[in-house]
Design a protein around this ligand. Sequence first.
Ligand SMILES: Cc1cc2nc3c(=O)[nH]c(=O)nc-3n(C[C@H](O)[C@H](O)[C@H](O)COP(=O)(O)OP(=O)(O)OC[C@H]3O[C@@H](n4cnc5c(N)ncnc54)[C@H](O)[C@@H]3O)c2cc1C
Length: 301
Amino acid sequence: GIEKVTPFYIHAITLYSNLKGAYRLRGGTSSVVEALVSKIEENGGKVLTGQEVTKIVVEGSKVKGVITNNNDFYECDYVVSSTHPAETFNLLDKNPLIKNSFIARILSEKNSYPLFCLYLVMKPGSFKYINRNFFIRRGNKRVNYVLLSMQPPAVGSDFAEVVTIVTSSSFSQFEKWKDTRTGNRGEDYLEYKENLEEEILDFVAADFPDLRSSIECKFSASPLTFRDYTKTPEGSAYGIQKDCNKPFSTFIACKTKLPGLYLTGQSNNVHGVLGATITSLLTCSDILGQDYLMNKIIRAI
Ligand SMILES: Cc1cc2nc3c(=O)[nH]c(=O)nc-3n(C[C@H](O)[C@H](O)[C@H](O)COP(=O)(O)OP(=O)(O)OC[C@H]3O[C@@H](n4cnc5c(N)ncnc54)[C@H](O)[C@@H]3O)c2cc1C
């Protein structure tokens, strides 16, 4: 967190998660996506990927649908947007119900810092899997803090297959390439990333001397990668920064003033995966009604 800015409850949630040991998923995080997709399909829904919403269409005084980059129009009664609110309001047709002053406020909110992430694919049977996360902080060089975590291996294996190392970053570090897109940023960008990867590996070598020699190949993602894939401003990892000095302006209601348009995701209430999960319940309860949703949840557990 940030001293004198981050609310205590954010600090407490994060600390609790660190003390209990952040969970990791066997099979990687894509197993959550697969489970969600099959649930959506089971209920008659359809998931479209590789399509970017380029416009949220408003007609009269309500939402009418969305247009995607293929120029397809999807008509609907509800649009639930999980993109960063700044992106949602950029896509929204001008309308009298969402005031410019409200949009200006959202655009002016500060965002949390971005991350630089190093993914290591390990040589089979070379690096022992350790069932915990490591938070390492030391020194005052450019890399002075990392979270190292190993993806649980296939059942029956004692060896790590994928190791992820995350460190905090800043957009200014990558500003030089801000007008480029993933895959086309040039040699100097790749070289810069490569140097950073090496610094990270040097940093963790004191704790994991065998790590480097066990690497089969490595990939890394910069704030620009996250910006281009998730559309968060400057690649922010945790969305709009909660600020204890102005708690109300950094909370954004899930139900907007425009009938049919709902927001969800970490920027509305609480950062992180937990925040996105809690907020999805709030959004559903705004649409379906709190009593209906609570009864359904209580009956299911
Ligand atoms: C490297 C890294 C490590 C992290 N580790 C952790 C962790 O250990 N614990 C934790 O709690 N959090 C972690 N986070 C943060 C976590 O990823 C976020 O909190 C979470 O993903 C937020 O969920 P969301 O639904 O709000 O937004 P997102 O996950 O960003 O989902 C928004 C989706 O909308 C899509 N989108 C955006 N614009 C459009 C458009 N125009 N049309 C169509 N689709 C669009 C994006 O592609 C994206 O898939 C990490 C983040 C990063 C970058």
